[in-house]
Write a protein that binds this ligand. Structure first.
Ligand SMILES: NC(=O)c1ccc[n+]([C@@H]2O[C@H](COP(=O)([O-])OP(=O)(O)OC[C@H]3O[C@@H](n4cnc5c(N)ncnc54)[C@H](O)[C@@H]3O)[C@@H](O)[C@H]2O)c1
Length: 411
């Protein structure tokens, strides 16, 4: 009986709140539409969500957001109704709180604000029992991540990190190959990941001082190595160079190289080397240049995740090599067959479906541990990130990671 009532109640589309209205939400400052907005359009098309409220901080962001929504409504022949805040034209860092204080009770929230605000905003939402999907990194320090896990567990509310690379088939294949043991025990991983100069100089100009290129890009593949191997990091060292950005008055690293030593469940050890930069040419053929390879005792796995087999050459844009797997629309504008697809969209849809299934009483937040990028899964990437940041401050010293972190989290 209770179950039937719950199911009827949960059949209703979810009400969603989004905090942030930048590049990742709506493609602010780019030609595109970001990733979160497209996923919301797709979720609405699939009947998963209903009301949407988006909190930004300034009227200029709201204006850009409204234009992107209008464009997408036209492309989809939709009338997706998204309420945006602040409404009064004034700057308001607290707009997300006002939405909640006005009585709106979202079924879940998606938080996509600069890294150093994640903890404050997510704590506020968890304390009100609102399930959260948070863009990576969950938080830059272990202290904050542990606090968020505690809050989430205490309130029995679902929390996940938007580690969308876990949904990329290229990485799922990597996980399969490693799990099946066909390439033996891993000995070393090599990751190269970089983006264009406009990221630190333009897109993140407001908060570039609060992040770095390892924190922004490297962390994705730290998570992927953890996801694929379930090994734990033992120690970390990182070095970086300040040249191009420094010459433009930005005191941040152009490139960071980081080495992590890991221990697998069977006791064998391996390393991973991450070579990251955000000073690629604006003329590069794709925004992201990303490659991963792993050499094992019985073979190797290599994936060029930039060159996915497509190149488009035009008089206007030159050579472009788009990633067809991340987030794009497929089908004809204005037609029924149009949909947004890709691992960026999938990771958000999965969160929404999980929230719905928890609401229906079909599963509990704890059932998703080990199956989704939950808050607990963020301990490993943030432990490596924190150690890398310490190593950078200590001229590349090796920083040991306390194994008690994993013992406690598994207890
Ligand atoms: N750009 C990407 O491709 C990408 C991909 C994955 C994850 N992320 C992550 O997403 C987060 C945001 O990145 P972005 O690229 O969208 O940055 P951005 O600078 O374009 O946008 C951040 C937005 O957050 C807003 N904001 C700040 N404080 C707020 C508050 N109190 N309430 C509401 N909004 C607030 C800012 O006004 C800004 O519009 C970062 O943690 C980043 O690591 C970005």
């Amino acid at each position: 009986m209770i179950r039937r009532v719950l199911e009827r109640y949960a059949d209703k589309p979810l009400n969603v709140m989004v905090v942030g209205a930048g590049v990742y939400v709506c493609g602010k400052g780019t030609e595109g539409y970001g990733t979160i907005l497209p996923a919301l359009f797709q979720a609405q098309k699939e009947g998963i969500i209903g009301g949407i409220k988006i909190a930004a901080t300034s009227s200029s962001s709201v204006k850009i957001l409204r234009k992107k929504i209008a464009d997408l409504n036209k492309i989809f022949s939709f009338a997706l109704d998204i309420e945006s805040f602040p409404k009064n034209g004034k700057k308001d860092q607290q707009a997300y709180k006002k939405i909640i204080e006005s009585g709106f009770r979202p079924d879940c929230a998606i938080v996509s604000v600069p890294d150093h605000f994640h903890f404050k905003i997510v704590s506020y939402l968890l304390k009100r029992n609102i399930p959260c999907l948070v863009v990576k990194p969950l938080a830059p320090t272990l202290k904050e991540v542990k606090e968020l896990i505690k809050l989430q567990q205490k309130n029995n509310v679902y929390g996940a990190v938007e580690f969308h690379k876990r949904f990329d088939r290229s990485n799922l294949k990597l996980k399969d190959v490693l799990t099946q043991g066909s390439i033996g025990d891993p000995l070393y991983f090599l990751v190269e990941y970089s983006q264009r100069k406009s990221v630190p100089t333009k897109k993140f100009a407001q908060w570039v001082d609060h992040t770095n290129i390892f924190q922004y890009l490297g962390i994705h593949y730290v998570d992927i190595i953890y996801f694929a191997t379930r090994a734990v990091p033992l120690r970390v060292m990182a070095l970086g160079q300040k040249s191009y950005l420094a010459s433009r008055g930005i005191d941040n690293y152009d490139s960071i190289q980081c080495v992590v030593e890991w221990k697998s469940k069977n006791g064998s050890k391996f390393t991973s080397s991450f070579l990251t930069n955000w000073i690629d040419s604006e003329k590069s053929s794709a925004m992201s240049d990303q490659k991963i390879k792993v050499i094992g005792t019985k073979g190797r796995y290599e994936a060029d995740q930039k060159k996915r087999g497509i190149s488009i050459i035009t008089d206007e844009q030159g050579i472009e090599e788009p990633n067809p797997d991340f987030c794009g629309f497929y089908g004809s504008a204005g037609k029924e067959d149009l949909s947004f697809a890709g691992y960026g969209v999938e990771s958000i849809l999965q969160f929404l479906k999980d929230v719905r299934s928890i609401k229906m009483g079909k599963q509990k937040p704890a059932d998703l541990e080990g199956r989704r990028p939950t808050f607990k899964e963020a301990l490993v990437p943030t432990a490596v990130l924190e150690a890398a940041n310490q190593s950078l401050e200590q001229n590349g010293a090796w920083i040991k990671i306390n194994p008690k972190i994993w013992e406690k989290s598994n207890g």
